[in-house]
Design a protein around this ligand. Structure first.
Ligand SMILES: Nc1ncnc2c1ncn2[C@@H]1O[C@H](COP(=O)(O)OP(=O)(O)OP(=O)(O)O)[C@@H](O)[C@H]1O
Ligand SMILES: [Mg+2]
Length: 261
């Protein structure tokens, strides 16, 4: 798939020939083997694929938490894989929202302070930041929990706080890696409904890794990785057709994810 450069400030993600090799002593694992991917505009997109297909590795590279061994990663019109450490730190704090399972809330801080953390690190004005954080906690339905510390929140409430923090600087891109891995299916369905509404209303591009077809059914488009490359992608809503339900979506994704060798 040939991918032309994105215009200067276009929101979106562009990966070109992305390779990621992990060196383990004398052995080398190629987690990504030439990913070409372009995700444009706002809305909710899912990344699926078998365990070990490279989904988390790809999210780490787009989040600026790690660098590719080869290839290019562009986010919002900026090439991020060649940024220096300082620029990459600012990119992670301001330009991209990250909701990863291991990217936890700080246990000693309230929900409110956790959401304000990026602004506190940036030296932003306290009252303005607090108002923004409260607005987001309200939108995510956890305003009454603002003063609770994470250990006094349920798993779903913690994920809502993490999402509020990811949205703080109005990033054009939010990345989530199995954000509801610890939630029961009713709680995760509610959270996905809310995420898809927020993606539309705030025009953010939300890209989520998930194993759950019911979660992916909330997304506009599903991208499937297989063995370190993009195996294919499909829309869940086509004009004039019924949206794909979870069962039909699971079949399409499994077909693409199935090894061809
Ligand atoms: N830090 C690392 N060092 C060495 N190998 C790694 C490292 N991280 C990932 N890998 C390997 O790279 C491959 C892709 O891993 P990755 O975590 O991206 O898969 P995934 O699609 O997210 O899987 P899952 O669905 O199980 O989360 C796997 O074979 C994994 O063992
Ligand atoms: Mg993973």
């Amino acid at each position: 798939m040939e991918a032309a450069p994105l215009p200067g400030h276009a929101p979106g993600i562009l990966c070109r020939g992305v390779v990621k090799r992990y060196e383990l002593g004398a052995r080398s694992v190629e987690a990504l083997r030439g990913v070409d991917l372009r995700i444009e505009g706002a809305g909710f997109h899912a990344i699926m694929g078998a365990s070990g297909s490279g989904k988390s590795t790809l999210m780490h590279l787009v989040a600026g938490l790690d660098r590719p061994s080869a290839g290019e990663v562009h986010v919002g019109g900026t090439r991020i894989d060649t940024l220096d450490e300082r620029a990459l730190t600012l990119y992670r704090r301001r330009k991209v929202g990250i909701v990863f399972q291991h990217f936890n809330l700080l246990p000693s801080m309230s929900a409110l302070d956790n959401v304000m953390l990026p602004a506190l690190l940036d030296g932003a004005e306290h009252a303005v930041s607090e108002a923004r954080a409260m607005e987001l906690l309200g939108r995510l339905g956890v305003a009454e929990r603002a003063l609770h510390r994470p250990d006094a929140l349920s798993g779903g409430e913690q994920q809502r706080v993490a999402i509020a923090r990811a949205l703080f600087f109005r990033p054009s891109v939010v990345l989530a890696d199995e954000p509801t891995g610890n939630l029961d299916s009713a709680a995760s369905a509610r959270l996905f409904g809310l995420l898809s509404e927020i993606a539309e209303e705030q025009s953010v591009l939300l890209v989520m890794v998930t194993h759950e077809p019911a979660a992916a059914a909330h997304c506009r488009r599903v991208i499937v990785l297989r063995d370190g490359v993009v195996a294919g992608a499909f829309d869940t809503r086509s004009p004039g057709e019924e949206p794909l339900d979870a069962g039909a979506l699971a079949l399409r994704a499994q077909e693409l994810a199935r090894p061809t060798r």
